[in-house]
Ligand binder design. Sequence first.
Ligand code: ADE
Length: 249
Amino acid sequence: MLTIEIFTLFPNLFEAPLRESILGRAVAHGLLTVGVHNIRDAATDRHQVTDDAPYGGGGGMVMKPEPIFAEVETVLGSPPALPVILLTPQGTPFTQEKAWALAETPGFALLCGRYEGVDERVREHLASEELSIGDYVLSGGELAALVVVEAVARLLPGALGNEEGARDDSHSSGLLEYPHYTRPPEFRGWGVPDVLLSGNHAQLRQWRREQSLRRTFLRRPDLLAKAELSDEEKRLIARWKSQEPGAEK
Ligand code: ADE
């Protein structure tokens, strides 16, 4: 059982995603438990203020440290009993490898920043780590936190209903996935590759691997540098590299 504690100013944003689909089922089946905590609950003043103007001026508002520390420490103790991950575009890039690592821990907390940012003392003295889900800016960490929760939850044993599922995914092998087809065998005149209908499992495995390599070569050559490749696969890629860029997708 994995524990995820989320700290946010917008708890409603988490309701539907945590209820539906694989994530909802993982929660319902007790594979993980997700707590959503409203930082505003810990704001003690009459108007429950959670942000303030930045020292030194400039635009935007900054999330105040007191309600964040208070809410996190009320739930997790002081010091916090779980690692506190701050979602921010300034964080370390979130990857499939990181998702696997988080899925193997007892739990973690996700702290969602809003507005222009959070007071630097939160980063320095409360967050144990900072993650970014990509090089673009969201209005807050909530959707980023959901991305992390979803990516991690589907890796928990039993979450997908088939244990091989997650290991075959794009990125789990360090490569992009091969193309998928299902019935009908012909749709609007478009067929499916013969090998899929042949029942030859060895050929099928080889075709999938080669498609996976080809796709990665064309779309994400940066991933090939880190992938585990056989000598034969390296030769194949070297051949592709030496060919003129073709019209293929
Ligand atoms: N908050 C705002 N933008 C973000 C991003 N790209 N990743 C994580 N948290 C964020």
